[in-house]
Structures are given as structure tokens and as C-alpha cells.
Design a protein around this ligand. Structure first.
Ligand SMILES: Nc1nc2c(c(=O)[nH]1)N[C@H]1C(S)=C(S)[C@@H](COP(=O)(O)OP(=O)(O)OC[C@H]3O[C@@H](n4cnc5c(=O)[nH]c(N)nc54)[C@H](O)[C@@H]3O)O[C@H]1N2
Ligand SMILES: Nc1nc2c(c(=O)[nH]1)N[C@H]1C(S)=C(S)[C@@H](COP(=O)(O)OP(=O)(O)OC[C@H]3O[C@@H](n4cnc5c(=O)[nH]c(N)nc54)[C@H](O)[C@@H]3O)O[C@H]1N2
Ligand SMILES: [Mo]
Length: 600
């Protein structure tokens, strides 16, 4: 983010593009409400009428999968209405003429058929955004990122901020609001295939030498190529390029697209190791599971989405065999031939981060003590930290100028057709978290909403398919078929079904397409083609869901037991399902099965 989260309150306009903070980031959502209270204009562009749309000054019901067409028109409208800050463009950017040669083909009238947005409304949004005082912030989330044209859309958002000079001054600019509490931190610390900590290229000879010296190894020991991305793992196993996989704090068999296929690919691994705090569906397939400590049992530093480092401390000591992730990594490294010894996290922070990344040097544990924090760039011990990344319009290219880059619009990869006439868009809901290992094992939260989860369907679509609220339905795509529960919802647009990706039984990632964009290799989770169908025998369907759920829980419980435990009995999925079926039948004897209570 070019700005800080607290400063969002003081912007004159917040434009939320494919981002649903009320559900995904309640702390940011609070800032949006405060900004509104202080007089900011709120614009929302989302195919769903999300909660923030209720307080928006302008809600743009954009169609699914057309972001680049929309953003190009938004940029066109800014130029067309004479809202460009040409002085800023001249002094701080490069490439305006070339950029305009693409953008000039996207008048709002021409894109209306693609985006569904009325040109008058689009012009008004562009005017509010470009003229807002003292600043505007363009926030985006997964509605932009999990699309085949995600990098293209980011380029256009950045260009829009530059041509209007809504960047490079306090509380302005671009806010890609990172997903989890420490996604930004994982990237900062070099958990990326192309960077060492601090976004320092793994291919730059000088940087390699610096890291080799710090790690006391010859520079030739450092790899001379960029690593692999997790979204490519399946093909890489198929191609014989990956034989072993150490998976740390992810549940790819729940959260990657096209999971049935991925599971087959994982079965070909020679060695599969998982570090997790729960027995997930992925961990259940592993050869070795290394139990890690949870957030309440360890301490360290997170980076928030706005580049703020925050220290957090442990509340309770680790239990049983659990060990800190950093200790497990150190031991793995030592046993693989590179001895790694750290006393504590502060030593790791000082030696691996502050000493090697100049922009983090001033972020000491002392500064972060208590509720303290440090926002990078923070190059010296005296530096106060930098809420505004591009202050004064100085950008990170060698010449200090931003590059304006435009792209033509392209359609999503799998468009609906006669056989699969609906779009599946996968999103989040407030009561459950990602793979659900954490929230799904919490009774209060499963009481709110539980398996098989929900598919949100527009009332007109529901009527056309003969589906009523709470009916169990089939949903299928070219990849697979699942059972789920219909949630008839007038906040979602006609023609698109919305599912959240955390349900184990109604798992939308059985349906999603494994297609990644060419630059960042992010899966196109927001768009694929599906079909739905009401299940005739609802009594059977309710029972079937309970059986599947019970069998899965048993399988995971078994997988968590050591093989010498008296309760351990290796059984296959077919046997487990038969057992679960018998249990559900006996529990049901003499009464009608109860449906799962839908969430509020
Ligand atoms: N409760 C809860 N909170 C979470 C999570 C969770 O699982 N549960 N997950 C965390 C993670 S990992 C992340 S990354 C963040 C993500 O948080 P968000 O970025 O808010 O993620 P989503 O809800 O997936 O998508 C945002 C919005 O994009 C819209 N959208 C879909 N398609 C399009 C499109 O074509 N164009 C536009 N303009 N919009 C579109 C959707 O309708 C949705 O409202 O949330 C984090 N917070
Ligand atoms: N269809 C669809 N799929 C999606 C998305 C979507 O919008 N639609 N969103 C994608 C996005 S943005 C994301 S970020 C991913 C998230 O996907 P995942 O990263 O797979 O999901 P999480 O629930 O975040 O997984 C965290 C895992 O880490 C474990 N864990 C928690 N704390 C610790 C710890 O301290 N140490 C260790 N070792 N383990 C720990 C948890 O038990 C859990 O199993 O899902 C992606 N998948
Ligand atoms: Mo995420």
C-alpha cells in the first residue's frame, strides 16, 4: 500500500474495487465508516451489493470478469472530462502518449455492453475520484487479484492514481489490501520465489554476494534461478521436476483450485511433509506431520498490509510435541547440511532482516515493544517510519518516475455456455476463515454456519431452477460435482453463483478451474463456468451431507493418532463412509433428519 490504514480516515474519497472489508477486514471497514463520518465520498465497484455499498455515495454494479474494460473506461473518462493533472504527469511519470493510444479505444459508451455500467454513472465516479480533496485512495482486493488479467488491472489502477495526482501526497494512492495478517510479512521476508528479504533480487550478483557473505557460504551455493510458485506445483510434479514438498501452514487440498486433480498429483510425491497446527485434509496425506505452535504460543513480528511491523508476544507455553516453526526450519536446515542456530526471534530479526534490508534497519524490537510499531521504509534508528511510500511523487524506478502502462481487455478463460451456463465466483464470509482448520474446529462458529456450506443464488435464478432458500443442490463443473445448500440472496447478481472456499463437504475448489495468469501465477478463482440443480430427495440429501461430514471428521481424527495408539485403526474412505452411514441412520431412527441451521 502507498498509504497507511489509519490515514484512510482522512482521505476525501475511498474507491473500493473488488474488495469487501466488512467481511474480510473488519478493522479496515471501521476506518471506511470513520472516513464516511468525516465527509469522505465512498465508491464501491462490485458485482455484489456488499455491506459497504449500503453507505456508498455511488455503487457500480460491475459484471464479473471485466475489470480491465471498466478501469480503461474510468481512465478514459478522467482524460475526457479534463481531470488529468498534466504537471504531475510531466514531472513524475513516463509514457503518457503510448498509454493513451490504448486507453482512447475504451469510451464508457463502448464498454457499457461488457461492464453493464451506465456511462453517466461511470463519469460521475471518475469525477468524484479525480477531484476529491485532499486525496483519494483506490483500494482493491481479491475481486481484482484472482482474475486472469490481474497484473494488467493493477497497472491501470496505478496509472489512474498517477494521472490524477491522487498518489505521492499524504493519505493517497493505491491500497492493495493484503489478505491475511502476515501476507505482507511473508513477502517482506523473502517467502517469494524471486526475492531475498526486502524485495532484493535473487539474480542480482551484488545482492547475492551480500547474502552469501552474511550466511558464510560461497556465492556459488546460492541458486542462480528463480524458484517455483506454489500454484505450479501440480504440473511440476507431473513433469518430474518436483519430488518432495515441505508444506508449511497451508491446506492446498482445500484452497488451491481443481483439488481432485491436485490430490492425484500429490500422491506421486516421493516425500511429503506438513507443518501445521491442525490435522487438515492436506496434512492427512503427508508422510510426515510436524506439529507447530499456534499464534497464542509463539512470538515474533507480523507486517500489516500497510507495511507496519508489529511485534506480538506468546500468551501460553507450547503443549505436547509442538515446536515453533522457526525451530523446525532451523533443525531441517541443520540436518540437510547447513547448520542454523538461533537463540530467539530477535536474533533472527536483527541478523536476517534489519542487517540485510536497509529499509528495515530502524525497526528494532525496542521500537516495537508494547503496542509500538514501525512502518517501513524506516532506514535509521531515529526515523519515524513512512506512512506515505511515494511522498513527493518520488517513485521506486531509478529515475524516480512512475511508468504508465495500459492493456487491452481480454475475456476470462472459461466463459459460461449451454452446458455450464452460470458463473461461479468464490469469495469470503465473516464467520469462517480460509481453509477453516481453525474456525471449523470452534464450536461457537460452527453453530453459526456449518457444512455443507452455501451457494448464494440470485432470486430470479433460484426461481428459474425451482430452488428454494435452504434447499440442498448439486453444483458441478467440468472438474467435479459437490453438494451444497442454496442461499437465495438478492444482493448477488443474476447469472453468478457465489460460494466461499472454506467448506469441506461443499468444497467449491472441486469445481474451480486451475488457470493462472501469466505473470504472477495467481489462480483465476473469481471466474469459471458451472451448472446447478435442485436435489429431488431432500431427506436423502440431508443425511448424505451428515454422512460425508462424519466420515471426514473420523478420517482426520484417525490421521492425527500415532499408529501405536490403541484407538488407531487404519480404514479406507469406503469403510469410513459405511460406518458414518450406520451412525447417522441409528441417530436418525424414529425421527426425521434435521437440516443444518443456516447462518444469519
Ligand atoms: N472472515 C474472513 N476474513 C478473511 C478471510 C476469510 O477466509 N474469512 N480471508 C483473508 C484472505 S486470505 C484474504 S486474501 C482477504 C480477501 O478479502 P477480499 O479482497 O474482500 O476478498 P473476496 O471476498 O474474495 O473478494 C472481494 C470482492 O470481490 C468481488 N468480485 C468478484 N468478482 C469481481 C470482479 O470481476 N470485479 C470486481 N470489481 N469485483 C469482483 C466479490 O463480490 C467480493 O465482494 O480476506 C481475508 N479475511
Ligand atoms: N476458490 C478459492 N480458493 C481460494 C481463494 C478464493 O478466494 N477462492 N483465496 C485464496 C487465498 S487469497 C488464500 S490466502 C488461500 C489461503 O489458503 P491456505 O493458506 O491454504 O488457508 P489458511 O486457512 O490460511 O491455512 C493456514 C493453515 O496454516 C495452519 N496454521 C495456522 N497457524 C499456524 C502456525 O503458526 N504455524 C503453522 N505451521 N501452521 C499454522 C492452519 O491450521 C491452516 O491449516 O486460499 C486461496 N484459495
Ligand atoms: Mo489471501
Amino acid at each position: 500500500m502507498s498509504c497507511g490504514v489509519p490515514g484512510m480516515e482522512d482521505a476525501g474519497c475511498l474507491f473500493l474495487f473488488g474488495y469487501n472489508p466488512n467481511t474480510s477486514h473488519p478493522i479496515v471497514a471501521r476506518r471506511v465508516v470513520r472516513a464516511k463520518e468525516k465527509g469522505a465520498k465512498i465508491i464501491v465497484a462490485d458485482p455484489r451489493f456488499i455491506e459497504t455499498a449500503r453507505i456508498a455515495d455511488l455503487y457500480l454494479p460491475i459484471r464479473n470478469g471485466c475489470n480491465v474494460a471498466f478501469l480503461n473506461s474510468f481512465a478514459y473518462s478522467i482524460v475526457d472530462q479534463g481531470l488529468v493533472d498534466y504537471d504531475f504527469v510531466r514531472d513524475h511519470t513516463v509514457g503518457f502518449e503510448d498509454w493513451w493510444r490504448t486507453i482512447e479505444r475504451y469510451s464508457p459508451e463502448r464498454t457499457q455492453e461488457i461492464t453493464g455500467i451506465d456511462p453517466g454513472m461511470l463519469n460521475e465516479a471518475a469525477r468524484i475520484y479525480a477531484t476529491a480533496e485532499p486525496s483519494s485512495i483506490l483500494c482493491w482486493g481479491m475481486g481484482l487479484c484472482q482474475q486472469v488479467q490481474n497484473v494488467e488491472a493493477v497497472h491501470t489502477c496505478a496509472a489512474i492514481a498517477c494521472i490524477t495526482h491522487q498518489i505521492g501526497k499524504p493519505n493517497s494512492g493505491v491500497a492493495p489490501v493484503r489478505g491475511q495478517n502476515n501476507v505482507q510479512g511473508a513477502c517482506d521476508m523473502g517467502a517469494l520465489p524471486n526475492f531475498f528479504p526486502g524485495y532484493q533480487s535473487v539474480l542480482d550478483p551484488e545482492i547475492k554476494q551480500k547474502f552469501a557473505d552474511a550466511w558464510h557460504i560461497p556465492v556459488e551455493k546460492l541458486s542462480d534461478h528463480i524458484g517455483y510458485k506454489v500454484s505450479d506445483l501440480g504440473h511440476l510434479i507431473d513433469d518430474g521436476k518436483v519430488h518432495a514438498f515441505v508444506n508449511m501452514g497451508e491446506d492446498p487440498l482445500q484452497t488451491e483450485p481443481d483439488v481432485i486433480h491436485l490430490k492425484q498429483q500429490f500422491s506421486k510425491l516421493d516425500l511429503f511433509v506438513c507443518l501445521d497446527i491442525f490435522m487438515t485434509q492436506t496434512a492427512a496425506e503427508a508422510d510426515v506431520v510436524l506439529p507447530a505452535t499456534s499464534w497464542g504460543e509463539h512470538e515474533g513480528v507480523f507486517t500489516a498490509c500497510d507495511r507496519t511491523f508489529q511485534y506480538f508476544s506468546a500468551a501460553v507455553p507450547p503443549k505436547g510435541e509442538c515446536r515453533h516453526d522457526w525451530e523446525i526450519i532451523s533443525d531441517l536446515s541443520t540436518r540437510m547440511g547447513y547448520p542454523m542456530h538461533y537463540e530467539n526471534t530477535q536474533q533472527i530479526w536483527d541478523e536476517e532482516c534489519r542487517a540485510l534490508w536497509p529499509a528495515a534497519y530502524g525497526a528494532t524490537y525496542e521500537k516495537m515493544a508494547g503496542v509500538g510499531h514501525a512502518q517501513w521504509p524506516i532506514p535509521t534508528l531515529e526515523h519515524p517510519g513512512s506512512p506515505d511510500l511515494f511522498a513527493g511523487g518520488k517513485f521506486s524506478k531509478p529515475d524516480g518516475r512512475a511508468r504508465l502502462i495500459a492493456h487491452d481487455f481480454a475475456l476470462p478463460t472459461e466463459m459460461p455456455d449451454e452446458q455450464y451456463p452460470l458463473v461461479l465466483c468464490t469469495v469470503r464470509e465473516v464467520g469462517h476463515y480460509s481453509c477453516r482448520s481453525m474456525t471449523g474446529n470452534c464450536q461457537q462458529l460452527t453453530d453459526l454456519a456449518d457444512e455443507p456450506g452455501y451457494a448464494h443464488v440470485n432470486p430470479e435464478d433460484a426461481k428459474a431452477y425451482g430452488i428454494e432458500h435452504n434447499d440442498l443442490i448439486w453444483a458441478y463443473s467440468r472438474r467435479g460435482k459437490i453438494i451444497t445448500r442454496a442461499f437465495v440472496d438478492d444482493r448477488v447478481n443474476k447469472g453468478t453463483v457465489y460460494m466461499t472456499y472454506q467448506w469441506w463437504i461443499g468444497n467449491c475448489n472441486v469445481l474451480t478451474l486451475h488457470h493462472v495468469d501469466s505473470k504472477s501465477h495467481t489462480p483465476e478463482d473469481k471466474f469459471c463456468a458451472i451448472q446447478i440443480e435442485r436435489i429431488d430427495d431432500q431427506v436423502w440429501a440431508e443425511r448424505h451431507c451428515q454422512e460425508l461430514y462424519m466420515a471426514l471428521k473420523r478420517r482426520l481424527a484417525q490421521a492425527a493418532l500415532p499408529q501405536d495408539d490403541p484407538c488407531y485403526s487404519p480404514v479406507d474412505d469406503v469403510e469410513l463412509l459405511a460406518q458414518a452411514r450406520a451412525d447417522v441412520a441409528s441417530a436418525d431412527a424414529g425421527r426425521e433428519p434435521q437440516g443444518v441451521t443456516p447462518g444469519a
